[in-house]
Ligand binder design. Structure first.
Ligand SMILES: [Zn+2]
Length: 89
């Protein structure tokens, strides 16, 4: 029980610190002056590069095709249901 409390305390403390840094206009990772979306130039580009790399790898796989297909099916289903509901009224 005590351990759980400690974890919660640490998480909220970290969260509060990050919030404070953001309010002060500082990077929420290192505390340097922030440039974009609460991050300094270095950490902002770091995250952007990671995202780019991830998307590159992600596009190489066929995963996104599967998700895209599923999404299309869902949209079709939604439209079809909307039509049905309209016809009912
Ligand atoms: Zn930083």
């Amino acid at each position: 029980m005590r351990r759980e409390k400690n974890i919660n305390y640490n998480v909220s403390r970290q969260y509060r610190w990050q919030k404070k840094q953001k309010e002060l206009g500082r990077c929420s990772v290192c505390g340097e002056e922030a440039e974009k979306s609460g991050l300094c130039n270095k950490h902002y580009t770091d995250i952007r590069e990671k995202q780019k790399k991830y998307m590159k790898e992600y596009r190489k796989t066929d995963k996104w095709k599967k998700y895209y297909k599923e999404w299309c099916e869902r949209e079709k289903q939604k439209r079809w249901e909307n039509k049905k509901n309209k016809e009912k009224r």
